[in-house]
Write a protein that binds this ligand. Structure first.
Ligand SMILES: *Cc1c(COP(=O)(O)O)cnc(C)c1O
Length: 402
């Protein structure tokens, strides 16, 4: 989690600016705030890094996905294709805006594949909630072709991929709208925070209003603003925005160091038999927050995890069993245990979540071990880590004699 590795004076300075005025609210109060607009500055920084025409920062990344979906016109009863490998917020967002998640296959990119999407299409498919996982990016050429062929609405959850791009274009800008997370575990953190980006002015205006009870944010009398739509409260506070601003300014530096560190580790590990890597569609656009190893099969991956644990090597995720990012761990979703009835439960759900057939996704995630890249690693630490990983894989690959 690189952002938190570099928490210091810059973050304190931005927070102090807010504390000086006591203006914790992001809108209005022009006199009292004395020119301090942290949410606005945070948005400018997000635009700078992504190249998006419009950015809007909100309370968290989960809210940002829901806003992106709603502002893109996805709503009650619409079928939306989702991946089985993601932080579950992407699936929850689809459910809670009233739509119906349809699971499709991922591939070695760790993201939905064009082929997987194609196979999951039905006449009711309205859109795709594409998730760019583990700091990297999906196969955008292949996916955009399906989007165009079938006139689908694409929304990108780039919660883990702030700073990543594909052929020079930031993730989050390929469809109608994209979202990022600035929670505690991401490349930059606001403590809690999220961002919504788009190049479409109408979508932006809708998102801006939707995330603040419909306020159109015109003029300086909040009580008398117009409300083009109903909305809800997904606002970020100035304190969180201050942290997000300072952290986001560090992203270009973090990304450069991450890429260097990832390359050093990749070069060392490529020599070890049995280790390959997830498919990077554009290596030049990697945010490089994760080193994603693919082992030959699930059994070898599990034995590698056991060897790493025995040797006391930490800092990795085996998503297949140890983390909450894969469908196999989502019993509450499979059984649709909800606090109160959701539209999907009333409208009927075409997929039986207790009996999903996703063999490719099972195979890929079964083989995947991801190491979080740290931007503060020394060359010596990386050498030790590569040796430890290499030894664990070698031991795990020795098949016991029958
Ligand atoms: C972190 C994350 C989210 C959720 O973001 P929060 O800010 O924690 O709400 C959504 N999607 C993905 C892929 C994430 O990694």
């Amino acid at each position: 989690m690189p952002g938190t590795e570099l928490f210091g004076a810059e973050e304190r300075k931005e927070i102090n600016d807010v504390l000086e005025t006591g203006m914790l609210f992001r809108y209005n109060h022009d006199q009292q705030r004395n020119g301090i607009w942290k949410a606005r500055d945070f948005e400018a920084e997000v635009r700078k890094i992504t190249g998006a025409k419009y950015a809007h920062v909100v309370s968290n990344g989960s809210a940002a996905i829901a806003i992106a979906l709603a502002a893109s016109g996805i709503g009650a009863g619409d079928e939306v294709i989702v991946p089985p490998f993601t932080f579950i917020a992407s699936v929850e967002a689809v459910l809670f805006i009233g739509a119906i998640p349809i699971f499709a296959e991922i591939d070695e990119t760790l993201c939905l594949s064009a082929d997987g999407i194609r196979k999951a299409l039905t006449p009711k498919t309205k859109g795709i909630c594409l998730v760019h996982m583990c700091g990297t990016m999906a196969d955008m050429d292949g996916i955009m072709q399906v989007v165009k062929e079938h006139n689908l609405t694409l929304v990108e959850d780039a919660g883990q991929a702030f700073g990543a791009s594909y052929k020079g274009k930031s993730v989050g800008l390929f469809g109608k709208a994209g979202s990022f997370s600035f929670d505690f575990f991401k490349i930059a953190t606001a403590g809690e925070g999220g961002a919504f980006i788009t190049d479409d002015e109408e979508v932006y205006k809708l998102a801006d209003a939707y995330s603040d009870h419909g306020h159109n944010h015109v003029g300086n009398n909040r009580g008398m603003e117009q409300h083009p739509v109903l909305g809800f409260n997904y606002r970020i506070s100035e304190l969180h925005a201050a942290v997000g601003l300072a952290q986001t300014r560090k992203v270009p530096q973090i990304r450069e160091t991450n890429r260097r560190n990832k390359k050093i580790l990749t070069d060392m590990l490529a020599q070890t038999e049995g280790i390959s890597f997830s498919k990077l569609m554009d290596p030049a656009g990697d945010s490089a927050t994760f080193l994603n190893l693919l082992l030959p099969d699930q059994e070898t991956a599990q034995r590698t995890v056991d060897e790493l644990n025995k040797a006391g090597v930490g800092g990795f995720n085996y998503w297949y069993t140890n983390m909450y990012h894969f469908v196999n761990q989502w019993d509450h979703l499979k059984n649709m245990q909800t606090a109160s009835k959701l539209p999907a439960q009333v409208l009927g759900m075409p997929q039986d979540y207790t009996n999903l057939q996703l063999p490719k996704s099972q195979e890929v995630i079964g083989r995947l071990i991801s190491f979080g890249i740290r931007c503060t690693w020394t060359d010596e630490e990386m050498k030790t880590l590569a040796n430890n990983i290499s030894n664990a894989v070698k031991k795990a690959s020795l098949v016991p004699a029958m």
